[in-house]
Design a protein around this ligand. Structure first.
Ligand code: PEP
Length: 257
């Protein structure tokens, strides 16, 4: 039985004070909840402050990126050990903003995935097609490429520490989400690919989140899909009331199943 995972990607938003308030609001509402896994991904400078607030609670902490080396002369970068040191259990890799705005390649993301897992971090590995790729009926082709190159060389055991986030690029920050049916279709395809690459037990257990304009109004119908095991939330994760409503939607879906 897969546990629903609701994660908030704060991107390059918040201040020290608003990050603390946001984390405290989530802890006050869900710090003891066991039904849904809740995760927060603050900007690097606020990780330690948020770590203090979520420590001992059921909320997990993660970084939004890392550099694929243990340490070294990489000005401006952050290592997996640093994330672990700050209390992170997770890291987001392959986010479309890093793929398409910063120019990260599948091969570079694959290096990061290996580095993170070898260091003991769990990974939220993001994949998703652009609008023109969907319009050209290339969604499955893109997802297959991103999975085969991004997860290349992982063992069956390592894949157990990977969460996949299906985030169609056209739905991120646009207010235009995939329909529950579109999400379910893509998630079913992704689960099938994981089965081919890493065996049926991994296909059955891998958590696949949907991301892209998730909000309190659409979260429940997305989460109710059999192959949607959680959501990765950007904009709506920055407001305690909106993020809380999304977690509550997850709790209702978890109770009903
Ligand atoms: C994201 O950043 O992963 C995301 C899905 O953003 P938004 O919810 O704002 O579309």
């Amino acid at each position: 039985m897969r546990k629903l995972f609701v994660a908030g990607n704060w991107k390059m938003f918040t201040t020290l004070s608003s990050a603390r308030q946001l984390a405290q609001g989530i802890v006050d509402g869900f710090g003891e909840n066991e039904k849904v896994l809740v995760g927060v991904f603050p900007p690097f400078p606020y990780l330690l402050a948020v770590a203090e607030i979520v420590r001992g609670k059921t909320i997990v902490l993660g970084g939004q990126n890392l550099y694929p080396a243990a340490e070294g002369a990489f000005t401006g970068e952050v290592s997996p050990t640093m994330l672990l040191d700050c209390g992170c259990q997770y890291v987001i890799l392959g986010h479309s903003e890093r793929r398409h705005k910063i120019g990260e390649s599948d091969a570079f993301i694959n290096q990061k995935v290996h580095t993170a897992l070898n260091a003991g971090l769990k990974v939220i590995f993001c994949i998703g097609e652009k609008l023109e790729e969907r319009d050209a009926q290339k969604t499955n082709q893109v997802l297959e490429r991103q999975l085969t190159t991004g997860l290349a060389g992982l063992t069956q055991e390592q894949v157990a520490s990977v969460v996949i986030a299906y985030e169609p690029v056209w739905a991120i920050g646009t207010g235009k989400n995939a329909t529950p049916e579109e999400a379910e279709q893509a998630h079913t395809f992704i689960r099938g690919q994981i089965g081919q690459m890493f065996g049926s037990a991994n296909a059955e257990s891998v958590v696949i989140q949907y991301g892209g304009s998730v909000n309190p109004n659409n979260a429940e119908s997305l989460l109710a899909q059999p192959n949607v095991d959680g959501v990765l939330v950007g904009g709506a994760s920055l407001k305690v009331d909106q993020f809380s409503a999304i977690i509550e939607a997850g709790m209702r879906v978890a109770s009903a199943s």
